[in-house]
Design a protein around this ligand. Structure first.
Ligand SMILES: C[S@@+](CC[C@H](N)C(=O)[O-])C[C@H]1O[C@@H](n2cnc3c(N)ncnc32)[C@H](O)[C@@H]1O
Length: 302
């Protein structure tokens, strides 16, 4: 076998499920419908037609039949459970510690309240902490006395990290508007979420360093936007920082304001300014025409 670096990024782990007999407990968990599921799919019953194709069930008059109460989408075999944040209180420092949320999912599927859970290699005791929090009975075993001590202290403290990713889903993290995404796309930048002072980064580095980009928001003055970008990039030594200006500035305190932020006007703002200039010129031509007429004659015909 040849060891090769080429390939896809390994980002999943497989959980094996075994049962001694055919008769085993397996609870179905439900998740929310995805954003792409339409209302008909949720509300209406389906059946197979004569060709075996799944179609909406209809009554004699051809009206769709509303289905039974739905609990959501049965949990799939792909779970997105984040690694423990390095600063999470739940983290014990045990090298192979698993997140309690992972064990919660497993125990919710395979057990009910008051069942007995046994982990013969319990390490830092994650399974036991999960079992206790879900009101299951538990036994943890480990060859290492340190592990047993750690597991006992965790069972005493019962610290379980919550995960916004799990409770709200990844969509909750996408906070950029379509307009902001379009602005970033226009300058070949990718978006970053959950950062007050930086909205994205150019895909190409400048002078060997990344280039952060901020978009001025509706309620932000240009100075505030510059300050936020400066603050978010402080100490990072970026060679270039870009602020996309989206509004006309009023009286600016940028005079005498030291900044190495490059301010670029958004295409929308440039277009607006161009249109304003044209309108102003048209107004001036019209006014000049009227005053020439007034000067040339003593009376104006109405
Ligand atoms: C992968 S770790 C378990 C980590 C655990 N899931 C957690 O979240 O902390 C495996 C554990 O098995 C224990 N172990 C290894 N051989 C063992 C044996 N023969 N009997 C009992 N425990 C053993 C190790 O001390 C180690 O703590």
């Amino acid at each position: 076998m040849v060891k090769c670096k080429k390939g896809l990024l390994n980002s999943h782990q497989v959980i094996l499920f075994y049962s001694k007999t055919q008769d085993f407990k397996f609870n179905t968990l439900y998740t929310d419908y995805s954003a792409t599921t339409n209302l008909d799919q949720i509300l209406q019953d389906r059946e197979r037609n004569e060709n075996g194709k799944s179609v909406y069930k209809r009554d004699e008059d051809g009206n769709p039949i509303l289905g039974k109460e739905k609990k959501g989408v049965p949990l799939s075999d792909v779970w997105e459970i984040p690694y423990l944040n390095p600063k999470a209180k739940e983290r014990t420092g045990y090298p192979t510690q698993k997140p309690v949320l992972l064990l919660n999912q497993i125990l919710n599927i395979a057990t009910d309240e008051d069942d007995l859970v046994v982990d013969p290699f319990c390490g830092s005791g994650t399974t036991c902490v999960s079992a206790k929090s879900l009101k299951r009975n538990y036994i943890g075993i480990d060859i290492s006395a340190d592990a047993v001590e750690l597991a006992n202290s965790r069972l005493h403290e019962m610290i379980v990290s919550t995960s916004n990713l799990l409770s709200k889903g990844t969509n909750e993290y996408f906070e950029k508007t379509d307009k902001e995404l379009a602005i970033l796309q226009n300058i070949n930048a990718f978006p970053v979420q959950r950062n007050l002072g930086i909205d994205g980064f150019l895909k190409e580095h400048c002078d060997g360093t990344p280039v952060p980009v901020k978009i001025q928001t509706e309620h932000e003055s240009i100075e505030d936007a510059v300050e936020k970008l400066e603050k978010a990039t402080y100490g990072k030594n970026y060679k270039m920082k870009i602020l996309i200006q989206t509004k006309e500035t009023g009286i600016s305190r940028l005079f005498g304001f030291e900044t190495d932020v490059t301010i670029l006007k958004s295409l929308e703002l440039q277009t607006k300014e161009l249109a304003n200039k044209k309108n102003e010129r048209l107004k001036r031509v019209l006014l000049n025409g009227v005053s020439a007429k007034l000067n040339g004659s003593n009376s104006i015909k109405l």
